[in-house]
Design a binder for this molecule. Sequence first.
Ligand code: SAM
Length: 277
Amino acid sequence: MSHFSKTQYDSFSTSYDSINDIPIGRIMVPNVERLVKPYIKNARVLELACGTGFHTQHLLDWGAASLVGVDVSQAMLEGAEAELRKQPAHEGKYRLMVQDCSAPFTVTDDNGDSLEGKFDLVFAAWLLNYAPDLATMTEMFKNISKHLKSAGRFITILPHPEVDPMICVDNVNAQHRQGYGYRIEVRERLPEEGYLVHLYFDTVDPVVDFGNYYLPMTVHERAARDGGMKGKLTWEEAKVPEDHDKLNSYMKEPIEKGYLDEWSKYPDFGILVVEKE
Ligand SMILES: C[S@@+](CC[C@H](N)C(=O)[O-])C[C@H]1O[C@@H](n2cnc3c(N)ncnc32)[C@H](O)[C@@H]1O
């Protein structure tokens, strides 16, 4: 089942980064940093749906020994390559490859040897919301678990988790009316109590818009287990750093005190952490 092209990002890859530059995009970074920092030093990292490399650069900056970035969109990866090339310190530490994470794939090293079971950390921002159903999300988790070492973990940014994703849709739309990032149009109710939705980032120019699936928390939990992730599973909340100067150090342009107060009552994203064993 697919309601939009898997490579929909090819057509707007060059304007995509504008959505990571708005404050509610930038606020992902301290949250990823908080959860990833204890495990990133000298880690071998697999990043799924790496897109134009927004998080890739941070993962390398924070000390990853090596990183393989995967995305289904060739154009998004070209954007990532262009950005990463600007940072000589990262040369030779990363490889990018086109893969569909909803179908089985195996990452290999330069000699063609399998890297299954070799990664300390699998990271993904906004991948699981490309699974329309439990079966597809389970396939994603199978790829995640097979590439992780037994002591490894998966850390992912995803739409604010809810038992009923309509609660997330309603809250994000209410915030959009207050001037935050994007609105969500519900296109279809899916069989597994989720929704086919379309996001419109009309606070950036040109407008960036794309399809997504919002599925219940329970589907994520079941897919993780069915996909082979047997360890501790934790839903983490997105937070805003209390120190305003620190918060602004993550922003492209400084924001006023209190700008994220409304957003922080209902962050548009959550974070899921699942240990393999
Ligand atoms: C919202 S973007 C996020 C990109 C990047 N993680 C970031 O946060 O800037 C979603 C990305 O997921 C990729 N994607 C969607 N479905 C995918 C799939 N089945 N396999 C791999 N990548 C996929 C898209 O091409 C796109 O680059």
